[in-house]
Design a protein around this ligand. Structure first.
Ligand code: PBG
Length: 312
């Protein structure tokens, strides 16, 4: 009766990895229980999630290394993997909300979220934004409900909103990765999409575009900028180590706030549970309830399916 926070399957968004071909699900060593799925299996997984009451999925493609280049050319291929996946999922499950990342890291041979400057020592912000605009329009045309710029280039939300509107996609929403920190906890995700192999390290520093973990006010500034540029949902990422930021953002905006419990947060709980040091189910629930209590309306989490099943 006096419980203040309740977690529901409807609060959860499942990030899913997709691969080309017809192969069996590929396990990811650093993410127990998470698999890269071919498109047929992806559709099945989406159906299972929908049955459990999870309203949305976020799709991430893992490209063959041979398809990557410094410019991330495959991101603008009309038949690129993630677009085929979106079309298949939306056809089978029109009512499931489908979200796709707008960023170049699954496509670049260096693993950065954008194209590089001529000197090669930083991302070229404005040239990257030009590519992201086109990428967002292709995703909208494939039928996504939300595009999710996760790249952290300056000015990209406004640019993407303009491009979507100009192409007639006024109803496609933007879930902005607004306060995305330069985190060491992204390592397992980079294994999953192969950007670690491409870059030769899973600790590639994205410090010139992602936020400094030391900063708090800047997160609110980033959120307000994205809101002014047209974001429909704003996001904080990672989640569990950034509960203060989630709370600040909750109080600074009236938009829905999403939080991304990232790969490293998931991996930590699994690793400790495997060692018998923590209880998986209780830690899973506590980690998610804490994120919701901090102020998140929506949580992207690799626990989505298991958590939704446990809540029912
Ligand atoms: C990159 C991107 C990242 C994640 C989602 N999109 C990581 C990165 O910046 O390298 C991380 C998700 C996770 O760790 O679970 N555009």
């Amino acid at each position: 009766m006096v419980e203040e926070t309740v977690l529901r399957p409807a609060d959860l968004i499942a990030p899913l990895f997709v691969v080309d071909g017809k192969g069996a699900p590929e396990g990811i060593r650093s993410m127990p229980g998470v698999f890269r799925l071919n498109i047929t299996d992806l559709v099945k997984e989406c159906r299972a999630l929908a049955r459990l009451g999870v309203p949305a999925v976020a799709l991430f493609p893992k490209l063959d290394a041979r398809l990557k280049d410094p410019e991330g050319t495959r991101a603008l291929d009309e038949d690129t993997l993630v677009l085929r996946a979106v079309r298949a999922v939306k056809k089978a499950l029109p009512g499931l909300t489908v979200i796709t990342d707008v960023a170049l890291d699954p496509y670049t041979s260096h693993g950065h979220d954008g194209v590089l400057t001529p000197a090669g020592d930083d991302v070229a912000n404005d040239r990257t934004v030009g590519i992201l605009r086109e990428m967002a329009v292709l995703q909208a045309r494939a039928g996504v409900d939300f595009v999710a710029p996760s790249d952290m280039m300056d000015g990209r939300v406004g640019a993407i909103r303009g491009a979507l509107d100009a192409a007639g996609f006024t109803d496609t929403g933007i879930l902005a990765y607004s306060a995305k920190y330069n985190s060491a906890y992204y390592g397992p995700f980079r294994d999953a999409v192969g950007s670690a192999q491409a870059a030769g390290t899973r600790l590639l520093s994205k410090a010139t575009y992602q936020m400094n973990p030391a900063n708090r006010r800047e997160a609110v500034a980033e959120v307000l900028l994205d809101e002014a540029e047209g974001a429909d949902i704003v996001m904080v990422k990672p989640a569990g180590m950034y509960l203060d930021i989630i709370r600040d953002v909750r109080e600074a905006t009236r938009k829905p706030v999403a939080a991304y419990q990232i790969s490293g947060e998931y991996a930590q709980i699994h690793a400790a549970a495997r060692l018998g040091w923590l209880d998986l189910e209780r830690c899973r629930h506590e980690s998610l309830i804490a994120i919701k209590r901090a102020g998140a309306d929506l949580i992207l989490t690799y626990f989505a399916k298991d958590m939704a099943a446990a809540l029912r």
